[in-house]
Structures are given as C-alpha cells and as structure tokens.
Design a protein around this ligand. Structure first.
Ligand SMILES: NC(=O)c1ccc[n+]([C@@H]2O[C@H](COP(=O)([O-])OP(=O)(O)OC[C@H]3O[C@@H](n4cnc5c(N)ncnc54)[C@H](O)[C@@H]3O)[C@@H](O)[C@H]2O)c1
Length: 333
C-alpha cells in the first residue's frame, strides 16, 4: 500500500530550507493560500501562485483557474505541485492535481490545525457543488506532507478549537493517551509529538481502508450528528463546535448501547466547558426535516445510516441503523 511521507518541521525557516534542499525550483510550482502568504515569507525563487480561497469558492470554477495556472506553467506528471494552506486549499489542490494530466507529485503543507491532523492525510480531496459539500472528488495520496507547527501561531481561537476537536476524536477512536495530554493542557495542540499521535491514528486507519469501504468511516465519529447540527443551525454553529457536540452525543449513545464508561463523557464535558465550547444543542427543525437532511448525507445508503459509536475506548464500531431509529437516538438526547 502506497503511503505519504510525513516530515515534521519546527518553523517556516526550516520549511523553506527543506523545500530548497528537496525540490528543484525548475520542476516545482507552489500554490499558497493568500491569507497564509500575507503572514509568512516563502522562498522567492520558487514559482509561487497565491490563491484566495474559502468554503464558498471551494468549487470547480476555482479548480479551472488552477488547471489554467498549471497549463501556463507547463505542469507535467513529474512536476512537484506544492500546496501551502488550510483544509480547503489542500482539498482543492488534491483534486486539481489528481485530475490535471491524471496526476503530478503532490506535496501538501497544511497550515491549520485541522489540516495538519486530518485534511492533508489519507488522500481524500473534493470540491463543493449543487449536490452538496465535497461531492466531487478523488482519492489521491500526496507524496509528502510537511507539518510545520509555526503556522498555528496565526490561527484564531475558533480555528484552533475546530482542529482540537479532531485531535480529541483521534484520541477516542485510536489512542486515549491523546485525551490525557489534551485534557492536561489544551495549549499542547502545537506540540509536535501530540500532533504526531493524532496523525498516526488517521494514517493507520486510511492505510487499511483508503476508499472508505469500512473502517475509514470510524473517522466520522461525531460528524454525522455534527453535520446535522451545522445544517439545523443554518451554519450559525461552527464546524468544530458542532462536531464537538456530535462527539458528546455519540458518547452518550455509546453508553446506552455498549455500556461505555461514563467517565469518558464526563471528562470530555469538563474539557468542553473549560475551553468555552458548547456542550448542548437544541434542534430547531422537525424530525421529518432532520431525516430529510440525514438522507442527503453521503453516509446514508438505502435508508440506512452508518453510525460510529464506541464499544470501548479506542474501539469504534459501525452500527447500521435505519434513519428513523437514528433520529430517535439523536433527538431523545
Ligand atoms: N480531505 C479530508 O480528508 C478532509 C478532512 C477534514 C476536513 N476537510 C476539509 O477541510 C476544510 C476545512 O479546513 P480548515 O478548517 O483548515 O479551513 P480553511 O482551509 O478554510 O482555513 C480556515 C481559515 O484560515 C485561513 N488560514 C489557513 N491557514 C492559516 C494560518 N496559518 N494563519 C492564518 N489563517 C490561516 C484560511 O484562509 C481560512 O480563512 C473543509 O472544506 C473540509 O471539507 C477535508
């Protein structure tokens, strides 16, 4: 099984040296999130293109602009396409690179906590369109992922919390040591060894099931309910906040279904409260409206939904329930 090489770098100076040493300027093109290039300085010898990107422009129009840049810079399959940005740019560049001439050497340099521990690993990419978020995409592993923690210095609290929730998710589904570390000191998020533990959980799972036919769905722990909360609130509740509550509900259901020790939920709730994150959400929409939203979710097949619960800590399990039954579990919380 093919794997991405992952390298950890302390700061942007070291990242620049690494790029100079390992990638020739004549066969590399850099695409950088314009918010990131306004904060950090990169080697000017590289052919660099700033991309103004956000969730609204994560679409095929932006991909076409990127293909155009690739074409005018004579990108070939042996070109190093280097992406420096958050999860949105990593997803867009992954898709644009995998489809332009059927692929080049993709190097992802994630600049948000979420992208460092999650979006840049495992080869999933995608863009949004009328059918929904990330509905158009491919599986295309980056050759390399360079994790440089200095980028975290310029993120706001909301972006950090969004990433931290994914770090905690990795703790629940794959390595409870992560939970001890984060609950002990939530400013540890920029610690390389903590990031590495979370990244190891993701890459171990995606290595076993790249195409999400089974165990990769464990990474959706807390997300099905999280997406429902985001949608129900008309996106007034942030992604991190929504998944944070989604995890809490999934823990509660796991207690009912599998007798999961209540201490995991209690400790997690204390963390949410101490971090200023919400621990409760009251749905606005009716049950039938919520079912319609769940039915549009890509995790739904033939009126069934794959729900990720914990049998035990570090032992996620996929429970296939019909949508009606799932709603009972969620709304009755
Ligand atoms: N492919 C996957 O496996 C996967 C997994 C999880 C999430 N995702 C995707 O990731 C996306 C969310 O990613 P995100 O949370 O990183 O959002 P993002 O990429 O939109 O970044 C958040 C904001 O921070 C800015 N930014 C990025 N790096 C910065 C830095 N170092 N300093 C200051 N500002 C910075 C961005 O310009 C943006 O405004 C979603 O589209 C989601 O679908 C993909």
């Amino acid at each position: 099984m093919q794997e991405s090489k992952i390298t950890y770098l302390d700061n942007v100076d070291r990242l620049n040296s690494y790029l100079r040493k390992n990638f020739s300027t004549s066969s590399s093109v850099i695409f950088v999130d314009s918010k990131v290039s306004s904060e950090y300085k990169f080697d000017e010898n590289f052919n660099t293109h700033e991309i103004l990107i956000n969730e609204e422009t994560k679409n095929i129009t932006t991909v076409e602009k990127i293909w155009e840049i690739m074409h005018s810079n004579s990108v070939t399959r042996s070109t190093n396409v280097i992406c420096i940005g958050g999860g949105v740019l990593c997803d867009v560049m992954g898709f644009a690179t995998s489809t332009y001439k059927r692929g080049a050497n993709l190097v992802l340099i994630p600049t948000t906590l979420l992208a460092m521990v999650d979006a840049s690993h495992g080869g999933k990419n995608g863009v949004n369109n009328n059918y929904g978020k990330n509905q158009i995409g491919t599986f295309y592993l980056p050759n390399e992922v360079l994790v440089c923690v200095e980028f975290l210095n310029s993120l706001n609290k909301e972006e950090i919390n969004t990433g931290l929730i994914e770090v905690i998710k990795a703790g629940f589904i794959g390595n409870s040591k992560i939970l001890e570390l984060v609950y002990g000191d939530d400013s540890l998020y920029s610690d390389k060894s903590l990031l590495q533990l979370a990244i190891d959980v993701k890459t171990k799972i995606t290595k076993e099931d790249l195409k999400e036919s089974n165990t990769r769905m464990y990474l959706n722990f807390g997300h099905t309910i999280g997406h429902l909360i985001e949608s129900d609130s008309n996106y007034q509740i942030s992604h991190g906040q929504a998944v944070g509550i989604g995890i809490l509900i999934a823990l509660e259901i796991s207690e009912k279904e599998y007798n999961l020790d209540q201490s995991y939920r209690k400790n997690y709730m204390t963390f949410l409260n101490n971090s200023g994150l919400k621990s409760h959400y009251k749905f606005q929409k009716t049950k039938s409206e919520l079912i319609r939203i769940l039915s549009n979710d890509k995790k739904v097949n033939n009126e069934k939904i794959n729900f990720v619960l914990l049998e035990e800590i570090e032992k996620p399990i996929l429970k296939e329930v019909d949508i009606e039954q799932a709603m009972e579990l969620i709304i009755n919380e």
